[in-house]
Design a protein around this ligand. Structure first.
Ligand code: HEC
Ligand code: HEC
Length: 284
């Protein structure tokens, strides 16, 4: 018997009385009472053929309590990791006796950076994620060990860099030399994997707004990364999240930092072009 993707999703759906389909809410996300975030935006032009009215941050799909944690930096548990990232920024490491601050001065010099990554790197001749760029600087500019791709120190540094762009719209380039990688990412997004034969799109495009197990399915956007999750009480990186979602389809997962996940990250980021950079966000 052929296992049909929609049957698989249906089987995972939890019949919650009254909230079989819980609409995302209409709340506004304003951080610290001053930074207004764009959490709903027009569907990017490259998604014209997708039956979707608007793109939405995962924030809209969370409970009021979880949402509130992101509205004030004193309540946002992710901000502690930004402080840790600041210590790393100033720490001299590696054979060259340098820190990030030696060459980049303060982290404010990174304003706007998070919004345009992953991006094509001319010298490397490939699309690079923010994590790859950070490790590139560590290895080649500092003579230091790379951070583990989805490790705590990487997440801290990504949070420090992301917060500099908070509120700015995501705007990754998908044309020119990045196009090939983007196409590959798009293909992966629609490829069914695992015993459940589910693609990212089966859950995050066809079923966002529905309940799956006890979870309210979002569009699977990455504008909020790195994300503090109440579930594991730490900052989570994009590739760690991808890995978890692929594992949920009972598939062998691609490796964090692999070409496949880099391509997928570019594609998923481009589905959020227009939403504010939110990192570090709070999710369950
Ligand atoms: C010896 C000097 C040097 C050090 C030390 C250094 N960098 Fe860099 N970094 C550069 C240069 C030069 C560039 C631009 C060229 C490139 O992309 O490699 C750059 C680019 C970057 C970018 C991309 C910015 C953009 O606009 O796309 C990021 C992010 C970054 N560095 C982060 C870091 C972090 C984090 C550290 C510390 C862990 C660090 N760098 C340490 C020299 C340095
Ligand atoms: C079986 C359904 C399912 C599939 C298939 C699936 N996910 Fe998810 N995903 C979830 C659930 C459930 C959550 C947690 C609730 C939410 O934010 O949607 C989630 C969360 C996410 C998040 C976090 C969103 C945020 O706002 O923090 C991202 C990013 C994501 N998924 C990406 C993907 C990608 C990329 C794929 C394909 C490789 C994928 N997912 C496949 C069910 C799925």
């Amino acid at each position: 018997m052929k296992f049909n993707a929609m049957t698989a999703v249906a089987a995972l759906m939890l019949a919650v009385p009254g909230v079989a389909s819980a609409d995302p809410d209409d709340d506004n996300l304003v951080i610290n009472g001053e930074t207004e975030m764009i959490t709903k935006a027009e569907v990017p032009a490259h998604m014209e053929d997708v039956a979707m009215d608007e793109i939405m941050s995962g924030w809209h799909f969370r409970s009021d309590e979880t949402q509130a944690l992101e509205m004030d930096d004193f309540d946002n548990p992710g901000m502690i990791f930004v402080d840790a990232g600041m210590d790393q920024w100033n720490a001299v490491e590696g054979s060259e006796g340098k820190s990030c601050a030696t060459c980049h001065e303060g982290p404010e010099s990174m304003t706007g950076v998070r919004a345009v990554y992953p991006k094509w790197d001319e010298e490397a001749g490939e699309v690079q994620t923010l994590a790859m760029q950070i490790n590139d600087c560590r290895e080649n500019n500092m003579g230091a060990e790379p951070y583990k791709y989805t490790g705590g120190q990487m997440a801290n540094m990504e949070a420090l860099i992301s917060v500099q762009s908070r509120g700015m719209p995501v705007n990754v380039a998908i044309d020119g030399p990045a196009k090939e990688t983007w196409e590959k990412g798009k293909e992966l997004y629609y490829t069914r994997t695992g015993q459940l034969e589910l693609s990212c799109a089966n859950c995050h495009e066809d079923n966002y707004g529905n309940m799956i197990r006890a979870d309210h399915l979002s569009q699977g956007q990455i504008n909020g990364f790195p994300t503090y999750r109440l579930k594991n009480a730490k900052l989570n990186t994009v590739h760690a999240r991808f890995k978890g979602c692929v594992r949920d389809t009972r598939a062998e997962t691609y490796k964090p930092g692999s070409d496949a996940f880099v391509a997928l990250e570019l594609y998923v980021a481009s589905r959020g072009n227009g939403l504010s950079v939110e990192g570090p966000s709070v999710r369950n």
